[in-house]
Design a protein around this ligand. Structure first.
Ligand SMILES: [Zn+2]
Length: 606
């Protein structure tokens, strides 16, 4: 076993074992690979972070192995580990060497070694997304790139040619503060992890996610991520971290902004979907970034999408079927239920107008329950016109039935005409035909409802009520024809009977004249004089207002009066003689004026 080399070198701050091996070789005037060959260690194993090989180099350099092991980039089965943080081939710098020229200047200052030996590589410079030195607020500068396999990782050899003119490299550096993402990553390498959502993602995934969010927000959702420069990516890390520092909430916030600012192409459904609305933010996670490491990001996006888009079982989000629909828009509900979009919009706005006023149909979102409820209600509602057809009750029949309350109007929201419930119409038809007997032809005395109404001097609504309530005994329809009101046949006589109003509470003037043994004209005149009281009532059959003389009133009149004619017959005296005699006795006729007959008050006759 060999021990310490004659010429050694101290470990630098955050120095990687490859940098250290490279410098140890350089101070002994060989390449790192040659040093390995001479002292029986494999430089590739150092590059791969193998601890035993790193310990061997530490021994040769006479330094502690622990700091070197801590800053080793360790190759694993599926990538790399640096200070416990996962990286991938794409997120680690291999064929390119970057450094902070100010850090390198300090290396020379602090060690007193020749520049080519003093400068050393920091482990954080291996991370592709770290592009700024936070000690010097300076961008990292590329010292070498497109390295060939034989020179990879040999820090001293790769950097040495340029350190002699470090001031030139300083000019290339751009003064800037580290982005939020860079600060987060440096902190996370140091073991501080105050952002739970990002912390739960692998290191590289947290970085990539943040940069994608930032790139889309800074450079537009059609951004070509591969075409961004280092500086643009650094900027993306800054912008992206403003959202991702808040984890899932921040990601959703970013998505809400993209959706708010999305301009839709009128009429093109494809411009409404998540791909169109979120652009590269969606596409990158849908297609580019496979594997479970990005699943937490996809899960947040998926949830947000399902809560903000009207997606159905036939749709997919990140290649997974949506399954149960959570939301409908006016557009999807109209399509699903085959309803008219404008009418549906009216109905939805009638229920929850305030929160949706002014929104486009695709942006008015509501639960499938509500869509179903509106559909069921709507599908059982009919306009007056379709009700006329459905009941076979042509104008104005249905309208009369509606006014009379035989069929009920239902209001269904502002700006829409009243409707009729199909179920209620069915109920009515069932009641109308409950007792209807099929016959082969219309028999004498049987008529359609309108004709029976005309003949019985009543209204169609009265007949419909009588049929509906089971009061009419004779209800028929021609066999095979029972489409509605017009196919019903009823007996006009029975209708007349059933619709007859209360009987007269007395007699007509003609009848009263017979009972008073006089003529109709006299009775009419007596009525006019107020000598006979009458009442007015509807004729039970004809329904016109009729003057009726109560029988009691006739009896009263007969009891109090007697005509000259009747008195003459009673006393067997001639009319002229009796009249003269009464005059001589001072008995005057009961009524002044021309009554058409002469009556005397019985009380005045002795
Ligand atoms: Zn620096």
């Amino acid at each position: 076993m060999s021990s310490k080399l004659p010429l050694t070198i101290p470990i630098g701050c955050n120095e990687t074992p490859t940098s250290y091996a490279s410098r140890l070789a350089a101070i002994n005037c060989v390449s790192a690979r040659l040093l390995g060959q001479d002292f029986l260690f494999s430089f590739q194993s150092i590059v791969n972070g193998e601890h035993n090989e790193i310990r061997r180099v530490a021994e040769l350099g006479g330094v502690a192995a622990t700091p070197l092991i801590e800053h080793a980039v360790v190759k694993t089965e599926d990538g790399f580990l640096l200070r416990g943080q996962q990286l991938t081939k794409a997120t680690i710098r291999r064929a390119r060497v970057v450094a902070c020229p100010f850090c390198l200047t300090e290396d020379v200052h602090n060690t007193g070694l020749p520049a080519s030996l003093a400068v050393h590589g920091r482990s954080e410079w291996q991370v592709a997304s770290i592009r700024t030195c936070r000690l010097h607020n300076s961008s990292l500068v590329t010292f070498a790139e497109f390295l060939q396999p034989g020179t990879l990782h040999d820090f001293s050899r790769n950097v040495a040619p340029l350190v002699s003119d470090i001031s030139k490299m300083k000019k290339e550096a751009v003064p800037r503060k580290p982005s939020g993402l860079e600060t987060y990553m440096l902190d996370r390498l140091d073991g501080h992890a105050p952002h739970p959502f990002l912390d739960n993602l692998p290191f590289y995934a947290a970085a990539w996610t943040t940069e994608i969010v930032g790139a889309v927000m800074e450079f537009g959702k059609k951004v070509k991520l591969d075409a961004l420069t280092d500086d643009q990516r650094q900027r993306a890390g800054q912008v992206g971290f403003e959202f991702m520092r808040d984890g899932g909430t921040g990601l959703e916030h970013c998505m809400s902004e993209l959706k708010r600012d999305h301009s839709y192409n009128k009429g093109r459904a494809s411009s409404d979907g998540p791909q169109a609305v979120y652009g590269k933010l969606y596409m990158t996670f849908a297609q580019g970034l496979q594997g479970p490491h990005y699943d937490p990001v996809r899960e947040v996006m998926r949830e947000h999408i399902l809560s903000n888009f009207a997606l159905g079982p036939d749709d997919e989000v990140f290649g997974k079927p949506v399954g149960t629909r959570r939301l409908h828009s006016i557009r999807t509900a109209a399509k699903t239920y085959n309803m008219h979009q404008k009418r549906l919009r009216k109905l939805v706005l009638a229920e929850c107008g305030e929160q949706h006023s002014g929104k486009a149909d695709r942006d008015i979102l509501f639960g499938p329950d509500m869509a179903e409820r509106i559909y069921l209600r709507e599908s059982s509602l009919m306009t007056l016109k379709s009700t006329e057809t459905y009941l076979n009750a042509p104008r104005p029949l249905a309208s009369l039935m509606s006014d009379a309350g035989v069929i009920r109007r239902h209001a269904v929201g502002d700006g829409t005409a009243d409707r009729y419930l199909k179920s209620e119409l069915d109920q009515l038809l069932a009641a109308l035909y409950a007792k209807a007997v099929p016959v082969s032809e219309t028999r004498p005395g049987m008529f359609s409802v309108p004709e029976a109404a005309r003949r019985a001097n009543c209204t169609v609504v009265e007949i419909i009520r009588l049929i509906r309530d089971g009061i009419l005994e004779k209800v028929e329809h021609i066999a095979g024809r029972k489409s509605g009101v017009l196919d019903l046949i009823v007996s006009s006589a029975e209708v007349r009977e059933r619709t007859r109003l209360p009987e007269l509470a007395g007699v007509l003037p003609l009848e009263a004249a017979k009972l008073l043994r006089t003529n109709q004209d006299v009775v009419k005149k007596l009525i006019k004089l107020g000598a006979i009281d009458t009442i007015t009532q509807h004729h039970p059959a004809k329904r016109n207002l009729t003057t009726v003389v109560p029988l009691a009133e006739i009896e009263r009149f007969k009891h109090q009066h007697i005509s000259l004619f009747a008195l003459a017959r009673e006393r067997c005296i001639g009319l002229p003689k009796l009249k003269r005699w009464l005059q001589s006795q001072g008995v005057k006729p009961a009524f002044d004026g021309d009554v058409g007959a002469t009556f005397y008050r019985r009380s005045e006759l002795k």
